[in-house]
Design a protein around this ligand. Structure first.
Ligand SMILES: [Zn+2]
Length: 285
């Protein structure tokens, strides 16, 4: 599932291709991804609009749209779900299988392909309104992390994945950041000492920033068929070379050596998700 870095890399790639373009039409091939509007309502809402920008918060992406001769912009929000892909292709090319929705842009079109139909396209901003602070934004300060952790009895990893408090982290980058900060995923969030909260804040920022930088350096194949969850899945074809492969510290590396101490990395179930950690480096307080 794409997390903040993957969506940010996608945003950076789409922006120059989309800004300034005018939407000629909107086709829905999988009505389930459009909600709560009807496909017709959505088409009426966006046809004829121009694209002013491409935004992101957490794992959500949106297009800033404006009607002709209007300065007021509004969001067309897209959530990629588990395996959704978003890419620009020539209007003459055949549509790929599992295409969920298509924005016509004259000679080009923006294709939203969603094999599992967990994605969503909407003009409503309810999902965005419910998000907490974006983990890559300037508003994500140590104090925000401290407050998010202090007000719960949950384990730190579970809290970090709750998008209503901090938006953008999923299973992969939470595991990575916790290892970098030497914090146990099972630690009670509210028991984390301030020093560890600071280390964790720094680790979250570093992990996400580095990953975005890596993704922006790669030539990615956004329409590709990559299936590996956990890789830079938008561009899995080009991540198969050793130079560009994502190198996770602990995620997906059960039984391998911890990059810090050499102990074996362990996988455990936590809230029905696989949690990867080093039992030596990440001990509870
Ligand atoms: Zn270790």
């Amino acid at each position: 599932m794409p997390e903040l870095p993957e969506v940010e890399v996608l945003r950076c790639n789409l922006e120059p291709l989309l800004v300034g373009k005018r939407i000629s039409d909107f086709q829905v091939l999988k009505p389930r991804v459009v909600r709560p509007e009807s496909p017709q309502q959505l088409e009426n809402g966006v046809a004829g609009c121009s694209i002013k920008g491409v935004g992101r918060k957490g794992k959500f992406l949106w297009l800033d749209l404006a009607k002709v001769r209007s300065r007021k912009t509004f969001h067309l929000t897209i959530h990629l779900g588990m395996t959704g892909r978003l890419f620009v292709q020539d209007s003459g090319d055949p549509l790929p299988g599992h295409t969920a929705a298509v924005l016509g842009l004259g000679w080009k079109r923006l294709v939203f392909r969603d094999p599992r139909s967990f994605g969503r396209v909407t003009l409503e901003t309810d999902s965005l309104d419910q998000l907490g602070v974006d983990a890559l934004s300037d508003e994500f300060l140590v104090e925000r992390l401290r407050d998010a952790l202090a007000s719960t009895r949950q384990a730190v990893k579970v809290r970090l994945m709750d998008q209503r408090h901090i938006a953008g982290l999923g299973n992969i980058y939470v595991c990575e950041a916790l290892h970098l900060a030497r914090v146990s995923p099972f630690e009670a969030a509210s028991k984390l000492p301030l020093g560890k909260v600071k280390a964790l804040h720094q680790a979250i920022r570093n992990t996400l920033q580095k990953q975005v930088e890596l993704g922006l350096k790669l030539k990615l194949d956004f329409a590709g068929e990559g299936k590996s969850d956990g890789l830079f899945y938008f561009g899995s074809a080009s991540t198969q070379t050793p130079q560009s492969r994502e190198r996770f510290r602990v995620y997906g590396r059960e039984g391998e050596a911890c990059p810090t101490c050499g102990s074996k990395i362990v996988r455990a179930e936590q809230s029905k998700r696989g949690t990867f950690f080093c039992p030596q480096c990440q001990q509870r307080e």
